[in-house]
Structure formats: C-alpha cells, structure tokens
Design a protein around this ligand. Sequence first.
Ligand code: CP
Length: 325
Amino acid sequence: MQTGLRGRDLISLQEWTKEEIDSVLEVAAQLKRERALGIPHPLLRDRVLAMLFFFSSTRTRASFEAGMAQLGGHAQFIESRTTQIAHGDTAKEIGEILGRYNDGIAIRNVDWGVGNRYIRDVAAASRVPVLNMQCDLFHPHQSLADLLTIFEKKGDPRGRTIAISWAYAASYQKPISVPVDLSLLATRYGMNVRLVHPPEFRLPGEIVDQAAENARRSGGSFELRDDFDAGMAGADVVYAKSWGALLTAKDETEGAEIARKYTDWIADERRIGLAAADAIYMHPLPADRGIEVADAVIDGPHSVVYDEAENRLHAQKAVMALTMR
Ligand code: CP
C-alpha cells in the first residue's frame, strides 16, 4: 500500500507506479464496501474540488460531485463557456487562482491537440492536485473504474484476454482517450490485449509502443488486429466502442465519411457469441444503441456497464481521498 499520494496530480496513469494504482483499487474497494454498509467516511470534510468542464458529461460530473459530498466536502461545477476563459483567463491563471480557492482541480478538456497540454499547464501553476476528468489522450478515472470492474468480475486479470475494439457510431467523433488509456493500463496488469480497429482508426505510435513495452514487462501481450470477428474470438473481456479517425482525417466531415465505410462494426449478439462463454461486455457510455452496440448486448447477460459506471464513483473517491487530504 502506497501512502505518499497526497498532493499528486493524476493526469495519466502511466505516470503512476503499479503499486500506487494498486493502492487506489484497494481504497476504492474499501470505500465501496463502507458505502454499501452505510458507514460514513468524511475523509475530505471542508475540502472543495473545482470541476472545470470544457465538454459535456453525465457520469463524470455526477460521480465526482456525489463522491466529494460523500467524502464530506463539496464540488463546484464550472463550465468553461460561463467563465472568462474565452475572454483571456489563461491556464496559468486558472491554476493559480482555482488552486487558492480549492483543495483540488479536476478538468475535462477533450479538444484534440489541446486538452492534455491545457491540463498540464494548469497543473504547473496549481498548488493543489490536478485530476484529469478526460483529455484528448487519457481518461484515467474511467480506466481505474474499468480495471476495478475487471478485478471484480474476473479476479486477477493476468493472462486474461481483452479485446479493445473500435465500433461504428454516428453521433460524434469520440475521443481516443478510452482505448489509449485502457491499452496502457491493461498491459501493465499482465493482460493479453488485442487492439482491434480499421486501419484509419489507429492510435498514436508512441502509445502503441508504450503498450507493447508494458506488456513485455508484465508478461502479458499486446497485438494489433483489423478484423473485428477475429479480435473477439475467445476474449474474456469485450470492450467495443467508437472513436474518431483523429490521426487520419483532416476534419470532422472527413472523419465521419471514413467511419461510414465501417457501419457493420457493431457489437451484436453474433460477435459476442465469438467471445468466451462467460465474457463480459464493457462500455464507458454513452453508447450509440443499435449502431455501436445492439440492445441485446448492452442489456444482455454479458453486459456489466452499470457496475462499470458505478465504479467511477468508488475509484474517484479513492483518488480524491488519497491525493487531496
Ligand atoms: N464515461 C464517461 O466519461 O461518461 P460522461 O462523458 O458522461 O462523463
């Protein structure tokens, strides 16, 4: 158990040691148990978290806000468009000023080529921990919840096969942060990771290289595939979701055009049938129902999406309790 996380930023889990991540999972399980038993845990009494959103959210906002209340503190919701950011507040000023009002700053900024840099610039100026609520590259609190869910459903994930697959969606070009983060994390826990996508939906080369290196060190494996069906074969965990052709397309219109070549990439019953008989289906939500995933899958016996969404709360409370005390 690592106890020295007070004051730490969480921008990418790759910057935390495995022992530190294990500590988060341990505390998350404890807080989850205590909540189920009705045992209060006001570990952050009188502490305040600023939550700065540049993009919409259901789960992230609701779970951070509920989590701070359950820890005895408060979370203030700040939407970038109702701030003076558009009129000149810089990342440095946000870090300096919100860091003086609050005990932590959480930020969601998924703008491609911007979000991660912005969060790091705020962190450089902040005297309190900065937590990444999703940027263009990483979604660490989602990945922590995902890993907690895999441990709960499958036990030690070492040697288990996870298929992290692209799927078609029509709603918008979703960030690449979920497949990036999960590829990096699952390979650190000894999983056999298959990253499955059509060629235009590749992830950054340095991420792919890092995932391969993580797998080499952990005794797991990491492979790239471009065949959805082959990627599903025998998988213990099916994590099929959409992301944008952000490294390939010059704009949203071209990205949508490329994606329309692959409308048959849907997580349906036939494909889930190719995975292990006791496979779990995961998705961070929101999903494009009937397009990205069939109702029969997301509402079916393999789906763990609601337990996965619940674990956002417990994982984030653990991070906040460990970093903001
Ligand atoms: N999974 C996730 O981050 O959900 P929201 O976009 O609703 O916060």
